[in-house]
Design a protein around this ligand. Structure first.
Ligand SMILES: [Zn+2]
Ligand SMILES: [Zn+2]
Length: 120
């Protein structure tokens, strides 16, 4: 009952497909490999949000965490629950990512995010 023809009907292995070279996602501490600069998840996040915070360096994220650990009272509306840090002096105006230049702010109150992000 063995038909040798069966072997020849097996589909060829998929190695004939062109597989793009992959490298690690450039987002810090992301283990994903991607043929592009970022993994699919980070690519999507970036496209969706375009939040200026994503373009800030590691220093900003560290200092933002410090600022929020100290207080989560939004410096713009005065209410608690801030989740991001706003630059008192905007980077575009020569401000820094230093803790002295960061104050807790709600995402919707954050001047930079509010100007560019439309939240549904
Ligand atoms: Zn990633
Ligand atoms: Zn606020």
């Amino acid at each position: 009952m063995v038909r040798p023809a069966d072997d020849q009907r097996q589909p060829p292995p998929t190695t004939t497909l062109a597989v793009p070279p992959v490298r690690p996602c450039i987002e810090p501490s992301c283990p994903s490999l991607t043929p592009r600069t970022r993994c699919t998840m980070h690519e999507r996040q970036r496209d969706k949000g375009r939040r200026p915070a994503d373009q800030y360096p590691h220093e900003y994220r560290v200092n933002r965490a410090l600022v929020l650990a100290e207080s989560d009272v939004c410096w713009r509306c005065g209410k608690a629950g801030a989740t991001t840090a706003d630059h008192v002096t905007p980077i575009a105006h020569g401000g820094t990512h230093d803790v002295d230049n960061l104050k807790p702010a709600h995402l919707r109150c954050n001047s930079a995010a509010g100007a560019t992000t439309r939240r549904r």
